[in-house]
Design a protein around this ligand. Structure first.
Ligand SMILES: NC(=O)c1ccc[n+]([C@@H]2O[C@H](COP(=O)([O-])OP(=O)(O)OC[C@H]3O[C@@H](n4cnc5c(N)ncnc54)[C@H](O)[C@@H]3O)[C@@H](O)[C@H]2O)c1
Length: 251
């Protein structure tokens, strides 16, 4: 994948899936600036210690420009540059129980859209100067297959992920002339801590049964798509969303 020596920023790194991305990048020889909220600083420090010298953890909020400045500075000062960003942080486990759209409040809506959409755009905006200076870069935004399936109970989350895909396309057009690719990965239902907290075992089993591949999805199933899009091999793809769901949504 030609990731050796590259530096990647991964947000939401203390979550079930983000942690797997961090390990996969480190195993591929990349340096990783891993980020998550201050409340996850303990888990982040543990992750960095486990992953080795190539991983540094920075705590902060993706809706805070100061946090983004620190992430870019850590990549530059600690590893000599910034080649890729994986915008993985989102309010997902934090959604709590599924609720009808008539029960959601405007605050619920604003909180989810603020982190999932605005935070993703803030990340792109923060890394672009360093990537332009370097002559290019790779950005991968994490969407969700729910944006295409229209899963009920989380309309604000589903709307936020559809917005992430629109943002991906527009940013791809705007940043293409600078050699920066912008793509998205839309995972299906991954059986991790967050999914178990939000869904019943029956729901998870039914989701697995409805897949062409007929099994539960694990974080590792996403690694190939994310590494491909951040690597040299994915260099002529931009503005796309890869759905990785074991065969539920066919695009
Ligand atoms: N688990 C699934 O089935 C599934 C399916 C489709 C898409 N996704 C997406 O994959 C990504 C990772 O999901 P996950 O299952 O690990 O969920 P998760 O809820 O465990 O992880 C999300 C991470 O983002 C962090 N985060 C939340 N708000 C933040 C903020 N304001 N600033 C910085 N970090 C913040 C959380 O602390 C958490 O570590 C998310 O974008 C999610 O929407 C997950």
């Amino acid at each position: 994948m030609q990731l050796g020596g590259k530096t990647v920023v991964v947000t939401g790194a203390a979550g079930g899936i983000g942690e797997r991305y961090v390990h996969a990048f480190a195993e591929a020889g990349a340096n990783v600036v891993a980020a998550d909220v201050p409340a996850a600083a303990g888990a982040g420090a543990e992750l960095a210690a486990k992953a080795g010298d190539r991983v540094r953890f920075v705590a902060g909020d993706v809706t805070d420009d100061g946090h983004w400045a620190e992430l870019v500075a850590t990549a530059r000062d600690g590893f000599g540059g910034l080649d890729a960003l994986v915008n993985n942080a989102a309010i997902y486990q934090g959604l709590g129980a599924k609720r009808s759209l008539t029960e959601l409040t405007a605050d619920d809506w604003d909180t989810v859209l603020r982190v999932n959409v605005r935070g993703t755009w803030q990340g792109i905006r923060a890394v672009v100067p360093a990537m332009r200076e370097a002559g290019g870069g790779r950005i991968v935004n994490i969407s969700s297959a729910t944006a295409r399936m229209g899963v009920p109970g989380f309309v604000h989350y589903v709307a936020s992920k559809a917005a992430v895909e629109g943002l991906t396309r527009a940013a791809a057009r705007e940043l293409g002339p600078h050699g920066i690719t912008v793509n998205a990965v839309a995972p299906g239902l991954v059986t991790d801590e967050a999914t178990r907290a939000l869904n019943s075992e029956d729901y998870i089993a039914a989701a697995a049964g409805g897949r062409a591949l007929g099994r539960e999805m694990v974080p590792d199933d996403l690694v190939g798509a994310v590494l491909f899009l951040t690597s040299g091999s994915g260099g002529f793809m931009t503005g796309q969303t890869l759905v990785v769901d074991g065969g539920v949504v066919f695009t």
